[in-house]
Each structure stands twice: as structure tokens, then as C-alpha cells.
Design a protein around this ligand. Structure first.
Ligand SMILES: N[C@@H](CCC(=O)N[C@@H](CS)C(=O)NCC(=O)O)C(=O)O
Length: 237
């Protein structure tokens, strides 16, 4: 059985199954990327809830694995050379799990580079910009009188949605026929923008027919349905 005791995080979140990938997360748009990926690939894993209500993400145990105080993070007990590997940053984790499983990423070199390109586009554009829409439209920033910051992030989000819309013209998924990590990174954020953030009308989501079509296909996948609820927000009693 692998020994994860050198990872301080396991003192706060003990591993019941140290032979499985340990996931430290919360079902937010960045968190569910990894739970969906794990559900899609079938890699065995053990989820642990990192509660923002309890400020778990600021605890020394969590920071020992994820120094940027953000979920998601993982430990793979069976990493490169059979040694345990800890990782934070959802994009890096998706690439790692795709490489480990040989799933959710094209096998040809050009396809792999293009997948990374769309993944970086999500990580650097969609995630940060949509997140700001959340702040200025749903959270503390909604009370600011000056609406220019909100409007700036709405405009930028519309622009980014249009990039995705054009990419999806004539394609089933971002990479064409094959679903993979570019979709797993992108669609939780689009779902969150129009669902939890309630910003669908603000960004004019109805204009983006390809985006809506592919979002529906994404949300219909059984692994996505499961992954969106993992880890459960309330720990089992
Ligand atoms: N670039 C990071 C962003 C992760 C991120 O922003 N996570 C948010 C939840 S969606 C978080 O942990 N926030 C906690 C905090 O800021 O204290 C990634 O993709 O993993």
C-alpha cells in the first residue's frame, strides 16, 4: 500500500484508500473539471471536500499541497516512476490525467498541441474573465455603483463566447469529433456563467447557438452529471 504520510495534507484529510488518486476539491467550475475527468476516465479516486465556508483552502495542510490556496489539487500515489505525485492547477491536472490514462486527448501530435492551445485559452481567458463576471454581477461587486468594471467583463466574456461559437461551427466538440479535456475545461465555466452566476441574458447567450448545442451535449454525459456533484458539499454524517 502506498505511504502518503509525507504529504501534510493527509493529516487533515486522511486517505481511506491510499492506493487511489486523492482529490481535494469542491464542486465549483474549476473543481468539477477534475471530478468530471476522473469520472470519464474511470481512474480510481477518493474525493475530499475542501470547504470554503470553513476556509479550509487557507489551512496549512491544504497550502502544503496547493500554495496558491485554490482547489482543485490531487495526489497520485502511483505517479511517474511509481512515486507519489502532488499537483495543483486544474489545467496541469487535466493534462496529467489524460497522459496517465491515455484518454480524453488526441494521440496525434498536432491534435495534442491544438488541445493544449484550447486548454490554455480556457485557463487564461474564459476562467478569469467569467470569474470576474461572477464577482461584479453576483457577489460583492454587484453593489458597486460604477458598472464599468462589470460591463468590461461582460463584453470580454461575450467576445470569448464568440470565439468558442466560431470554433464549434460544424464541429461536435472543441476538437471536432472527439470529446476531451478542452471540453471538460470549458463547458463547466459556460454552464456556471449562465446557471449559478445568472449572467446568460447579460452575455446574450441565445445568440450562441453552437455553444448552447454543445453545452447540452456536455451536460447529458453521465460522467458530467456525476462529476458536477463531486465532492458532495456536505460531508456524510
Ligand atoms: N487557475 C486555477 C484556479 C482555481 C480557482 O480559482 N479555484 C477557486 C474555486 S473555482 C478557489 O479555490 N478559490 C478559493 C480562494 O480563492 O480562496 C485552476 O484552474 O486550478
Amino acid at each position: 500500500m502506498p505511504d502518503l504520510s509525507s504529504f501534510t495534507i493527509t493529516r487533515k484529510w486522511p486517505a481511506q484508500h491510499p492506493d487511489r488518486i486523492q482529490l481535494y476539491s469542491l464542486p465549483t467550475p474549476n473543481g468539477v473539471k477534475v471530478s468530471i475527468m476522473l469520472e470519464e476516465t474511470g481512474l480510481p479516486y477518493e474525493p475530499h471536500l475542501v470547504s470554503f465556508d470553513r476556509h479550509d483552502q487557507m489551512s496549512p495542510e491544504f497550502l502544503s499541497l496547493s500554495p496558491n490556496n485554490k482547489i482543485p489539487a490531487i495526489i497520485d500515489p502511483n505517479g511517474p516512476d511509481g512515486e507519489p505525485l502532488g499537483l495543483f492547477e486544474s489545467g496541469a491536472i487535466l493534462v496529467y490525467l489524460a497522459t496517465k490514462s491515455g484518454l480524453m486527448m488526441p494521440t496525434d501530435a498536432a491534435g495534442r498541441w491544438h488541445t493544449l492551445q484550447w486548454l490554455m485559452f480556457q485557463m487564461g481567458g474564459i476562467g478569469p474573465m467569467f470569474g470576474q463576471v461572477g464577482f461584479f454581477h453576483k457577489f460583492a461587486g454587484k453593489d458597486y455603483e460604477d458598472k464599468r468594471p462589470r460591463d468590461r467583463y461582460i463584453a470580454e466574456s461575450k467576445r470569448l463566447l464568440n470565439v468558442v461559437e466560431q470554433r464549434l461551427e460544424g464541429r461536435a466538440w472543441i476538437m471536432g469529433d472527439d470529446y476531451g479535456i478542452a471540453d471538460i475545461a470549458t463547458f463547466p465555466w459556460i454552464n456556471n456563467l449562465i446557471g449559478f452566476y445568472g449572467a446568460g441574458e447579460l452575455v446574450g447567450i441565445d445568440e450562441f447557438v453552437n455553444v448552447k448545442r454543445v453545452l447540452q451535449a456536455f451536460l447529458a454525459r453521465p460522467a458530467v452529471v456525476r462529476g458536477l456533484q463531486i465532492p458532495k458539499r456536505q460531508p456524510a454524517a
